[in-house]
Design a protein around this ligand. Structure first.
Ligand code: BTN
Length: 247
């Protein structure tokens, strides 16, 4: 990867191979806000809910953006919504019919092309973004739920350009979030959210149930109808699936 091509970010920290760019960002010393941590390959890429994240050499964008937000833990999920929206904009601009599966997976044709994991350590937040760019194929376990830009577009894409576009768009969505919370992003988020209007399966540590996804609140929660009741789901606490598949 030619990091000289990435001009928007304050500082780019590049390692060919690392365990996790999120860990690199959280352990960094004196890195300015907005610094971007990148690697060609992660040996211990972290996914949400303690899962691992496949990060094959050169196959994707494995990046973490370092922030020093002065916000309570409970507001961190909003940062991941802002990041998901930023990535969705970029993938759409490249020409794909992308959407957001609440809270922050970016999908094409119902398959995940990007996952986001924010982690907090002291006053730092690492916003980890994994985009499957030039991965040629997935193993049988993932092929029904994961895709890449290469698989969808049948050609390779320049990762540096996409990193730059993600950093630029996240700067915009994060700025809006800092100034006025999730409300200014809500309409755009909703118009891209493929979860709304669908029957979904809500997966919680101790129970699973079916519900209808009705709306996104001004706090970024998923408003669902469960039986006769309306409930608000906070991202970070639950996971949702389509009733007929991943999305
Ligand atoms: C998910 O499971 O959807 C979240 C995946 C997040 C993956 C990215 S890749 C860059 C950053 N470093 C990590 O270890 N994880 C995130």
């Amino acid at each position: 990867m030619n990091t000289e091509l990435i001009k928007i970010s304050k500082k780019v920290y590049y390692k060919e191979i690392t365990d996790s760019t999120n860990t690199d960002a959280m352990n960094s010393k004196n890195a300015p806000e907005g610094s971007v941590f990148l690697a060609e390959k992660q040996n211990a890429g972290k996914g949400s809910r303690g899962r691992s994240w496949l990060s094959e050499y050169g196959g994707g964008i494995w990046m973490s953006i370092l922030l020093y937000p002065d916000i309570p833990m409970r507001d961190i999920p909003k940062i991941t919504l802002a990041a998901g929206l930023a990535v969705c904009r970029v993938i759409k601009d490249i020409g794909f019919d992308a959407g957001i599966k609440w809270p922050n997976d970016v999908v094409i044709g119902g398959k995940k092309v990007c996952g986001i994991l924010a982690e907090k350590k002291q006053n730092r937040v690492a916003v980890g973004i994994g985009v499957n760019v030039n991965i040629k194929s997935f193993g049988s376990e993932l092929e029904n739920k994961a895709t890449s830009l290469y698989i969808e577009g049948k050609k390779e894409f320049c990762r540096e350009k996409i990193i730059e576009l993600i950093a630029e768009n996240f700067e915009d969505t994060y700025q809006k979030l800092k100034e006025n919370g999730f409300a200014p992003l809500r309409e755009e988020y909703k118009s891209n959210c493929i979860t709304i209007g669908k029957k979904i399966k809500v997966i919680q540590p101790k129970e699973e149930y079916e519900a209808f996804a009705k709306d996104i609140t001004s706090e970024g929660e998923l408003l669902i109808i469960h039986g006769e009741e309306e409930e608000k789901l906070c991202s970070g606490e639950v996971s949702v699936r389509g009733v007929y598949g991943y999305a």
